[in-house]
Design a protein around this ligand. Structure first.
Ligand code: ADP
Ligand code: MG
Length: 376
C-alpha cells in the first residue's frame, strides 16, 4: 500500500495560500479608486500564519476628521498585530488540543481520566454551544470526536511539506478497524456532562474544537474591531472569513468561494454589505490519498470514517463566526438534504457543492451569490 499525500502537493500548498488571496483580490479590486483626501481611511494589510492556517487581514482605519489631529500611524499599524496576537492567544491558551498550556489540553488530560474539571466561563459557553449543535445535527457534529480524529491524524499529515514528508521516519498508515471501533466507543456528545461550570466525561474521551476554532476567532476579532477606530475590514482565518463595516468607496465586499475541483479558481462570489461571517468546509482542504482513495479531515461520527455525503464543500453565511464554522462542518457530514434542513433551522444561508460539481443553495443565498462559472 503506497500512501500518497494528495495528487499534487505543490499545487495544493500554493493553493492553500491562493484561496484566501483570491478572495481578497476581489475585495481589493475597487479599493484604490478612492482619492487621497486627509479624511480617507488608512488601508492596512497583513498576511501571516496562526491556528495552522493563513491569516489575511485588510483593515481600514478611520482617519481624523479635517481639522483634527490624525491618530499616530503606529497605533493604527498595531491593529493587524493585535488581531494576530489575539488569534494566537486564543489558540495557545484556550483551543489547541496540542499545546500543553491550553484549557482544552488540560480538560483532555484531567477530565479524560474521569475526573470532574472546572471550566472557565468562556469554555463553558463554547462547550454548551457545541452540544446544542450536536443535538440539532443528530450527532453529525460532535466535538467528542477527539480520539477518532487523533487516529486519522489527517491535519498533521496534510500540513507537512514535501521535505518533512520525505524525511519522515514512517509513512502515513490508515487506522485499522479495531482501533477505530475502540476509539468510537470513546465518542458521543451525550456521554458528556456540563453542570455547575464544570465538565465530566468518560475515561479516555477527548475533545477536539478544530471545527469551531476559526469561527470563534472571527467572533473575537469582531469585538476587537468594534472597540477600535476601524471603518471596514475583511479578515480570513483559513476557510473562515469576516467582513466588517464598509469599503471607502462603499461598494460591497466581494468574497470568492473556492472551487473544490480547482482551488486556484472559484465557483462564484458573495457580494456582501457590512458584517458577515462565511465558513467553508470541504473534502479538498486537508486530506491524504492512499491507493487512490481520498481520506479527508471531516469525520462522520456514525462510522468513524471521513464523511461520504455526496458533497465536496459546504459554505455557510451568517452573522456569527461560531455558527458559520460549526454548521459548515455539520452540514458537510449530514449531506445536502439534511444539511439544508439544519441551515433553515438556524436561519443561515448555505451553498452546497456536490461531488459532481453541481451546486444548490438556500433561497436567501441567491441574493448574495453570483456564479462565476457555468454549472457542470
Ligand atoms: P477546517 O478546519 O478545514 O476549517 P472544519 O471547520 O470543517 O474545517 O473543521 C474540521 C476539523 O474539525 C477537523 O480537522 C477535526 O479536528 C474536527 N472534526 C472532524 N469531524 C468532525 C465532526 N463530525 N464534528 C466535529 N468536529 C469534527
Ligand atoms: Mg467548521
Amino acid at each position: 500500500m503506497k500512501p500518497v499525500l494528495s495528487k499534487n502537493r505543490k499545487c495544493r500548498k500554493i493553493s492553500k495560500i491562493v484561496r484566501p488571496v483570491l478572495a481578497l483580490l476581489f475585495l481589493c479590486s475597487m479599493i484604490f479608486m478612492t482619492g487621497c483626501s486627509r479624511t480617507s481611511p488608512r488601508h492596512l494589510t497583513d498576511t501571516d500564519t496562526a491556528m495552522g492556517t493563513v491569516i489575511i487581514q485588510q483593515i481600514y482605519v478611520d482617519a481624523a476628521p479635517r481639522g483634527f489631529a490624525a491618530s499616530a500611524p503606529n497605533e493604527e499599524e498595531d491593529i493587524t498585530e493585535e488581531v494576530l496576537a489575539h488569534i494566537r492567544k486564543l489558540e495557545t491558551e484556550t483551543l489547541s488540543k496540542r499545546v500543553k498550556e491550553s484549557e482544552i489540553f488540560s480538560i483532555n488530560e484531567e477530565a479524560g481520566k474521569g475526573t470532574t474539571v472546572p471550566l472557565s466561563p468562556g469554555m463553558e459557553a463554547i462547550l454548551s454551544q457545541c452540544l446544542e449543535i450536536s443535538r440539532a445535527s443528530g450527532g453529525a457534529f460532535d466535538i467528542t470526536i477527539g480520539e477518532v480524529a487523533g487516529l486519522w491524524d489527517i491535519d498533521t499529515w496534510a500540513a507537512m511539506d514535501d521535505d518533512t514528508l520525505n524525511n519522515h521516519p514512517t509513512q502515513y498508515k490508515l487506522p485499522n478497524k479495531d482501533e477505530l471501533s475502540k476509539a468510537l466507543t470513546l465518542t458521543g456528545y451525550e456521554k458528556l456532562t456540563l453542570e455547575n461550570q464544570s465538565i465530566r466525561m468518560p475515561e479516555g474521551m477527548s475533545l477536539d474544537l478544530g471545527a469551531v476554532g476559526k469561527g470563534i476567532a472571527l467572533d473575537e476579532i469582531l469585538t476587537l474591531l468594534q472597540e477600535r477606530e476601524v471603518s471596514g475590514a475583511v479578515i480570513s482565518v483559513g476557510g473562515s472569513i469576516l467582513t466588517y463595516g464598509e469599503k471607502p468607496d462603499k461598494s460591497p465586499w466581494r468574497v470568492a468561494i473556492a472551487d473544490p475541483d480547482d482551488r486556484t479558481g472559484s465557483i462564484g462570489v458573495l457580494n456582501l454589505t457590512g458584517q458577515w461571517c462565511i465558513s467553508t468546509s470541504g473534502d479538498y482542504e486537508r486530506y491524504v490519498e492512499v491507493d487512490g482513495i481520498r481520506y479527508h479531515h471531516l469525520i462522520d461520527p456514525g462510522t468513524g470514517y471521513p464523511a461520504r455525503s455526496g458533497l465536496s464543500s459546504v459554505t455557510i453565511l451568517t452573522k456569527s463566526g461560531f455558527l458559520s464554522d460549526a454548521l459548515s462542518t455539520a452540514c458537510f457530514v449530514l449531506g445536502e438534504e439534511k444539511g439544508m434542513e439544519l441551515a433553515k433551522q438556524y436561519d443561515v444561508e448555505a451553498i452546497f457543492v456536490r461531488e459532481d460539481g453541481s451546486i444548490s443553495m438556500t433561497q436567501g443565498m441567491q441574493a448574495y451569490f453570483h456564479l462565476s462559472k457555468p454549472e457542470k
